[in-house]
Design a protein around this ligand. Structure first.
Ligand SMILES: [Zn+2]
Ligand SMILES: [Zn+2]
Length: 394
């Protein structure tokens, strides 16, 4: 497939992609509530003459079939949900839904995939194979739209040989992209812990069971799960960001409440660590006369970019953008529900640079000042079309 042709189509739809992104940005919807967003995407697919069907309520799946015979299928995924954040940017396309904001760039992913769909639809008489478009809901909230769509069969009939996804990255300049083969993002589990003792006067500790002291021991001891039991070659993180002991200078509280996160990149170790943490926390509490409810809410698995697919995709990105615009990424201990696709199909999740320091577009995702440099859409649509067609053997 001729990359100049794709680049030309990509330039011709640039303004439309920006307009779609701005519409979505100003009308953000929370996870599992993407009703208007889904209707907007459906309308755009109608305009392209693409049939689609719904999955996981607000999700949409469509096929673009090339005219040349081929059994090959590739899936391209975009997420559509926004976050419970109040936008602080003063822009014409500012969120009109107070308290809700596209602060993770999913507006950019959705409008980019619509752009890619337009390019591929224009080219459908010239390629072999089938492209499956996945517009999924609820990336930001457990159990994750990806897991629901997989349960409902998004990776069947037809079954894709590969799944590609892109995500904005404010650390990379617009115009560039980043790849990492192998393990890339972490599994994430939420920890909700209550340490129970017996409260009373701070001057009479001998008559009470102090849950604050028990908690201090638990928090310190739990770090040895990471430093003494985990294989140091395998990344793991345990952080407790919420510790509430609501006593006073002279009051020992009845209980202490904790919330934390556990992240890693190995399923066997993940399961083992869950058991060890629970046993250690309960054992310490018991040995000190108290008790501990240690609850783990299992989150997304780790994300793995299949080695061969990622190497090939990276090489195709270099063809399309030039070597200087394709970067290597480091491991990133955040989580992403694209991980579910990566656990069951050969997948590649790459990063789209959206930074522009000269315009002050540098804020991290999930912050009220997050924005994307829209020039990135000169890359996002055509690149994904090119990567898909190359993977289909065109
Ligand atoms: Zn996010
Ligand atoms: Zn995201």
């Amino acid at each position: 497939m001729n990359k100049e042709k794709i680049q030309e189509l990509s330039s011709s739809i640039f303004n439309e992609v920006v307009a779609n992104r701005r519409h979505l940005h100003s009308h953000p919807e929370l996870s599992f509530n993407e009703v208007e967003t889904s209707a907007y995407v459906a309308k755009k697919l109608d305009e392209l003459g693409l049939e689609y069907h719904r999955m996981a309520e607000n999700g949409l799946v469509a096929l673009i079939k090339g005219s040349k015979p081929s059994d090959k299928v590739i899936a391209l995924r975009a997420d559509m949900d926004a976050l419970p954040i109040t936008e602080a940017n003063d822009v014409s396309y500012k969120s009109q839904n107070t308290g809700v904001m596209h602060a993770c760039g999913h507006d950019a992913h959705t409008s980019s995939l619509l752009g890619t769909a337009k390019i591929l639809t224009e080219l459908k008489n010239q390629f072999a194979g089938t492209v499956k478009l996945i517009f999924q809901p609820a990336e930001e909230k457990l159990p994750g739209g990806a897991s629901l769509m997989i349960k409902e069969g998004v990776l069947e009939n037809p079954k894709p040989q590969a799944v590609l996804g892109q995500h904005v990255m404010p650390l990379i300049d617009a115009g560039k992209v980043g790849f990492r083969a192998g393990k890339y993002m972490a599994s994430t589990d939420e920890l909700y812990v209550t340490v129970k003792g017996k409260g009373g006067h701070g001057a009479q500790p001998q008559q009470n069971i102090d849950p604050v002291i028990i908690t201090a021991h638990i928090l310190t001891a739990l770090q040895t799960i990471i430093s003494r039991y985990n294989d140091p070659k395998s990344p793991s993180v345990l952080s407790f960001g919420k510790v509430i002991a609501n006593g006073a200078t002279n009051v020992i509280p009845d209980e202490v409440y904790l919330e934390g996160t556990f992240r890693t990149m190995d399923e066997a170790w993940r399961n083992d660590a869950h058991k060890k943490m629970k046993k250690m926390a309960e054992g310490i509490a018991e040995s000190m006369g108290g008790s501990c409810d240690f609850n783990i809410m299992r989150g997304y698995p780790f994300l793995i970019n299949e080695e061969k697919l990622t190497a090939a995709t990276r090489a195709h990105a270099e063809d399309y953008l030039g070597k200087e615009n394709v970067l290597d990424l480091d491991i990133w201990m955040a989580a992403e529900d694209f991980a579910y696709y990566s656990q069951v199909a050969d997948s590649c999740f790459y990063r789209l640079g959206t930074r522009n320091e000269s315009r002050g577009i540098t804020s991290s995702v999930h912050t009220p000042t997050f924005d994307v440099e829209e020039d990135a859409f000169k890359v996002s649509t055509g690149l994904m079309a090119y990567l898909a067609l190359k993977q289909l053997g065109n």
